[in-house]
Write a protein that binds this ligand. Sequence first.
Ligand code: PEP
Ligand code: MG
Length: 541
Amino acid sequence: MADMVDMVDMVEMKAVKTASRGIAIAPAYIYREIDLTPDNYPVAEGAALQEEAQFQEVKQAVLAELEQLSQDNPIFAAHMAIADDYTLQEGVIGRIKSGKKNVQQAIFETVEEVAEIFGQMEDEYMRERKADVLDIGKRLLIKCKKISVQDLAAISEPVIIVARDLFPSDTVKMNPEFVKGIITEEGGVTSHVSIMAKNYGIPALTGVSGILSKLEDGNTICMDAGSGDIVIAPKQGVLEGYQKRLQADLKEQEEIKKYRSMEAVTPAGKRISLCINVGNTEEIKLALDKNIDGVGLFRTEFLYMENTHFPTEEEQFAVYKEAASLCPKEVTIRTLDIGGDKSLPYYEFEPEENPFLGWRAIRISLDMPDLFRTQLRAILRASAFGHIRIMFPMMISVEELQKAKEMVEKCKEELRQEGIAFDDGVETGMMMETPASVLLAEEFAKEADFFSIGTNDLTQYILAVDRGNKKIASRYDSFHPAVIKAVASIIEAGHKHNRKVGMCGELAGDVHAVPKLLALGLDEFSMSAGNVDYVRKAIIG
Ligand code: PEP
Ligand code: MG
């Protein structure tokens, strides 16, 4: 690492909760949000030509950029065609000439209008082009406003990313090799940036209010995410102290690896299934050397979020099949859990007062049967290549589960008719993450083949504490007696009906929770890969 020289005074801060443990020392990389609101300057009499010329200039620059991108990804060739389209051109120039709009306003309004036209189209393929139009509009405005955009994918030196917040669409671009740590002002311990950080073993602290006003790009940061300590521009002695802590931490990680070859068997002799939570197959590959029993939660929404369109059956099938082949013992695929804090770049969700209580997860799948069917067919087809289980999120009624299972049966029948192979015995289970599912656990246990407890949502819904709100982060507590009581009653109800009960919420990866969860009889622990070694050691005792 290059020598870090800080021209500012040392600042110490403390985070309330750990998002992902570990120690990091690296220069700060401030990730700034961009504001694409068009500037509101008036166009003077006779200046329209200048605005028009600016449009042509930025359009050419965007076309050149897209041509470059299209060499690696053909989707950008389609973007070029849209950027060069007559409708866009006429809309912008017409607004500049007759509407006395400046170029930024003209682009903004035209793009909104064209995107809306695409959004209303009958044909699904054409409807999906709306996101492409919006993306082109963004590129044009970035150039007009001369904003330099930060590309997280381009980070090629060790850094600690500091941001107001990071969304899944940002984090998917990061190269975990160079991201040594993450600090955000917003977000809680179960926000998706925390989960992603844990998956990659990146130390992370969320909800660190005011840090952005205390540092500049390149300032040295030392962070101990376990204790919540952050030091900006450390004095030499402090820096050396952190370097020692970092070495000790790396040594502990090496020590703990010795447990990897051992089976996760409790002192009482119960074999526990130790699984990982993933959002893509790369994460499975990274964890294969951890002696895992499989994937206890495949969050399929990332497949949808990293796309420019709803992934097709073939696209999804390829991913699920790869997952099944990588983990032949078990891959639990959760159907789409979008909504809440997870949006799609190509689909406009109506704004909601309470997104976490809104249109998300199974509610969307049941309301959009074509979308659901595409996913289920892809999962079923992949089930011929390994041991796949299907899991439904956010259940609140047995009727919902029955409807979801009916859809599975319908898809099976279609595949049978088409002569396509699948595992007819594929299990269908559910996340236990709503208060309703806890209260109806016995009824659900008669219908579901297995349970997996989602303590991230269960905690927020039982305690009425938003999992992403930093102001109440200290109240978000998965060890709260009400949450533990709910966990106990789910396990009891599941076992009464001979169902295996797992947990894939963050509590399953917390070593402090292991003794309690074992005492309650939990059968499977599924967690971010970074926690597997520690939890295995805690299970063995
Ligand atoms: C949960 O709610 O505990 C869970 C595992 O699901 P997610 O974090 O994806 O909402
Ligand atoms: Mg959940």
